[in-house]
Design a protein around this ligand. Structure first.
Ligand code: ADP
Length: 528
């Protein structure tokens, strides 16, 4: 059938029972059925699966869906089978199948029954499968969780790097990349690695207006603080994330003895206990799950009312993903993170054993977490900027839903300082990261400043009236306000935007608030 003649609403109803497309789905589906390389960036729950499932069902041939997790694949296949068993079949091809099962899958593909074939990236490299897939009609290849391709994503998988070459061997069919986490850097990596610079790109907003973001200082009283918070949210479901299994056990215990119904969840518990605890949470036999990041994959409880981070996570992608489990029904969702710089140092220590490239990326991601935690500007604006999205912190949807907006710090005029900052960026030929720019401002040297003779320039020390912390805060705000950008290639070199260039010659008011000070660190005491 001519793709332009397909009645997509009818097909949507027929296969999925839905009356309307959600968000950008219709445009994405159209892009795919007309044979275009397509890139889809939608937050979790945005409805990505349908974007490739519907085209697969209406097009001739079989669509290959590359997915990193066998468990997730199985869920998807079961779901699609239950929706449309009479029309088409979804299959999994992976190492868990025996010879007979593999033959059955091949038979169904050859006879045209199989519309969706889920494979793990490593299965796709198998010569036997490749040869077979080369001989059957393939409608397109969808690459789910496409951020796995990027070292800057939160789940880098080297096998994903090979996908482009493999797809070429299949006759260069259209490709669809899908992801729920995409900073501009990751997006660029995906498009580059899949070699589809001109792909039709569809990006949904990552704004979750019903989530309230709050950061509190982590002090020795954290446990009583958490208990108080939970008691204020009595009868509501919540998740508490901790970094270690030991901490999970400890907090779960402390909550239990303090009369909060809570269960632990981490990969060190046996599968039966994990499943039981998850069910207890879903069935509301307990109010709180205390968990490591092992908890959450595929959890679809719509009325999680709070997500607490006992320990700050290692990247803002993880933070966004984990807090995103709150308020999926559109109702209240309080996201509370406890922050202490000591935790950042712990995370840095974890990184120190890793290969250099991975360490550098890890440090850069951590710096963003620090910046988020310490900022006094709209947290929502900060997070969305991180994902490459503009947000108006006065009129935007959910603008008042964070602690910094509800309890603002006094703002001070910083117009002259912004000009000084931009002039140093310009004067140093837009070749340096914030560290060197700030050293140049305050008039301090390091090896790079010396080597580049920055200390002999007229602007050296032009910002000596303020300390490095002040300049760091101002740099972040200037970035979020779009006066500068961070170069994507180097992830950090500061560049002036057009708006920034204009600001130097024609400055206007720039109100800034200094970052929060978090200095009440201390060891935790167990409250029993
Ligand atoms: P993602 O993969 O982006 O996290 P899913 O594909 O799992 O999202 O979809 C999230 C939920 O939205 C699912 O429960 C799905 O059935 C539902 N959904 C998807 N598309 C539609 C639609 N057009 N109308 C109503 N519900 C939809």
């Amino acid at each position: 059938m001519n793709p332009h003649e397909i009645d997509l609403h009818k097909e949507l109803k027929k296969y999925f029972g839905f009356d309307q497309f959600k968000g950008l789905q219709e445009q994405v589906v159209k892009s795919i059925i007309t044979g275009n390389n397509t890139f889809v960036i939608m937050p979790t729950g945005g409805g990505k699966s349908l974007c490739y499932q519907l085209p697969a069902l209406v097009l001739g041939g079989t669509a290959i869906v590359v997915s990193p997790l066998i468990a997730l694949m199985k869920n998807q296949v079961d779901a699609i089978r239950s929706l449309s068993s009479e029309y088409g079949i979804a299959h999994v091809l992976n190492s868990s199948l025996n010879k007979t099962e593999v033959n059955q899958v091949k038979k169904d593909i050859t006879s045209g029954i199989t519309k969706l074939l889920y494979v793990a990236p490593e299965s796709l490299t198998k010569e036997e499968y490749l040869q077979f897939l080369n001989e059957v009609p393939i409608s397109f290849v969808a690459i789910d969780e496409a951020h796995c391709i990027s070292e800057w994503g939160h789940d880098f998988r080297p096998e994903y790097r090979n996908l482009r070459n493999i797809v070429r061997q299949l006759g260069d069919v259209p490709m669809i990349g899908l992801t729920a986490t995409a900073t501009p850097k990751v997006q660029e990596d995906i498009l580059k690695n899949l070699d589809m610079p001109n792909a039709n790109t569809f990006k949904a907003s990552f704004n979750r207006p019903n989530l309230y973001y709050e950061v509190r200082t982590k002090t020795k009283n954290i446990q009583s603080d958490i208990i108080r918070f939970i008691k204020q949210h009595k009868g509501k479901s919540g998740v508490i994330y901790c970094l270690s299994r030991k901490k999970v056990e400890e907090i779960a215990h402390v909550l239990q003895v303090n009369g909060v119904s809570a269960v632990p969840y981490h990969a060190g518990l046996d599968a039966k206990t994990r499943a039981r605890h998850q069910d207890m949470f879903l069935m509301e036999d307990v109010e709180v799950v205390v968990a490591t990041i092992a908890f959450g994959m595929g959890i679809d409880k719509p009325d999680v009312r709070f997500v607490i981070h006992h320990d700050i996570p290692k990247s803002l992608e993880s933070y966004y993903q984990e807090t995103g489990r709150a308020g999926r029904d559109g109702g209240e969702g309080h996201c509370l993170a406890y922050y202490s710089y000591k935790d950042i140092e712990k995370l840095e220590k974890f990184l120190s054993g890793k290969p250099i490239a991975e360490q550098e990326i890890g440090f850069a991601l951590l710096q963003e977490v620090v910046a988020y935690a310490e900022t006094s500007m709209s947290r929502r604006k900060f997070l969305l900027h991180y994902f490459g999205e503009e947000f108006d912190d006065v009129t935007g949807d959910g603008a008042d839903m964070d602690d910094n907006i509800r309890n603002p710090k006094t703002k001070v005029e910083a117009q002259d300082q912004v000009v000084a900052l931009l002039k140093v960026v310009k004067g140093t030929k837009q070749l340096f990261k914030s560290k060197e720019v700030i050293l140049a401002l305050v008039g301090k040297v390091n090896a790079i400043i010396k080597a580049q003779k920055i200390d002999t320039q007229p602007y050296f020390g032009s910002g000596a009236g303020f300390d490095e912390k002040y300049w760091m805060a101002l740099t972040r705000q200037a970035l979020v306000d779009g006066l500068m950008t961070k170069d994507i290639e180097t992830y950090g070199v500061l560049k002036l935007s057009k708006k920034g260039e204009a600001f130097i010659t024609n400055p206007s008011s720039f109100m800034m608030s200094e970052d929060h000070e978090y200095n009440e660190e201390g060891d935790e005491a167990i409250v029993t």
